[in-house]
Design a protein around this ligand. Structure first.
Ligand code: SF4
Ligand code: SF4
Length: 299
């Protein structure tokens, strides 16, 4: 399992109380996701819009969608009941930055009411370069970008389309724009002093061997952690990949790839692909205790 001991000291100091980034911290600190971001600006072949974004979240479960005000109320109620709560993230159910008003309003409210909580968000990166200043000014210190390719030819097999600057793009052109925006967003975040984790979804026969090149590209641009996750392909969920019979990697294939990528950069092996509305210590999900019905009863 990943240990933060190999991280550089200045990064370790910033993640010691973050349950996702420190193998020690995940026994002592809790995180929660608030599901305030329903829309998305791209289409991934592994996505099913009926369920949560697979960027950061286990697909197959629909989150309760919250307004920013409801989300802030829920955060305060959870913080009162789970004192180990240290991090609040926005990871879906769509893309946090395809819903910038909702995402940033939620962060503003949380920051005003509970300034000690750390904020994080995850995104596919398409809109990211436009929001780096706001992310930095809010004090969001961790951003996760899902990067599955650095070659648009590979990307065209993963992303059928993107919606960018009020226009829909398809195929290799769409993947090239997404790739350029992801790299630009990553570079700008690192330059702004924001910690960046990269998630990749391993898709056998499509980007499995290619993820070694992705690892080198994100490492060179200053991402501090790379989290390679297995494709969860389930025809019952109706994903494009599921319908074409695309399989996910075996545990051995995943481990072999992770071993090939592990060098001077940390790979994250304990990510649980939590739901977009997960609550609690890593590996536990107390989200069911904190539905809006029960929050309304507490508040
Ligand atoms: Fe689905 Fe997330 Fe991909 Fe958007 S970024 S299409 S919500 S998996
Ligand atoms: Fe942490 Fe991964 Fe869960 Fe996000 S999805 S809260 S990074 S363990």
């Amino acid at each position: 399992s990943a240990s933060s001991s190999a991280l550089p000291e200045h990064i370790r100091a910033r993640v010691h109380d973050h349950p996702c980034y420190s193998a020690e911290a995940h026994h002592h600190f809790a995180r929660m996701h608030v599901a305030v971001a329903p829309a998305c600006n791209i289409q991934c072949n592994y996505c099913n819009r009926k369920f949560d974004c697979a960027n950061e979240s286990r697909p197959g479960v629909v989150s309760e969608k919250l307004t920013p005000e409801q989300a802030a109320t829920k955060v305060l109620a959870v913080a009162a009941r789970i004192p180990q709560l240290s991090v609040v993230g926005i990871a879906g159910p769509g893309d946090a930055l395809a819903n910038p008003e909702k995402t940033f309003r939620t962060f503003d409210l949380i920051k005003a009411a509970a300034p000690d909580l750390r904020l994080c968000l995850s995104t596919n990166g398409l809109a990211l370069p436009d929001h780096v200043e706001r992310i930095r000014d809010l004090g969001v210190d961790h951003v996760t970008i899902t990067i599955n390719m650095v070659d648009p030819e590979v990307g065209a097999r993963i992303y059928p389309w993107i919606y960018y600057r009020h226009k829909r793009f398809h195929g290799v052109e769409a993947a090239r724009i997404l790739h350029e925006r992801q790299m630009l967003g990553l570079e700008r975040l690192v330059a702004a002093g924001v910690l960046v984790k990269v998630n990749s979804v391993m898709i056998p026969g499509i980007n499995d061997a290619h993820l070694v090149a992705v690892n080198a590209a994100v490492k060179a641009r200053g991402a501090f952690l790379h989290n390679i996750m297995p494709l969860i392909s389930d025809p019952a969920h109706g994903t494009h990949f599921g319908l074409t019979g695309q399989r996910g990697p075996t545990p051995e294939e995943l481990k072999t790839l992770q071993d090939r990528c592990e060098g001077d950069m940390q790979l994250m092996r304990h990510c649980r692909q939590c739901r977009a509305d997960a609550v609690g210590m890593l590996g536990e999900d107390r989200g069911g205790e904190f539905g809006m019905d029960s929050i309304a009863a507490i508040a």
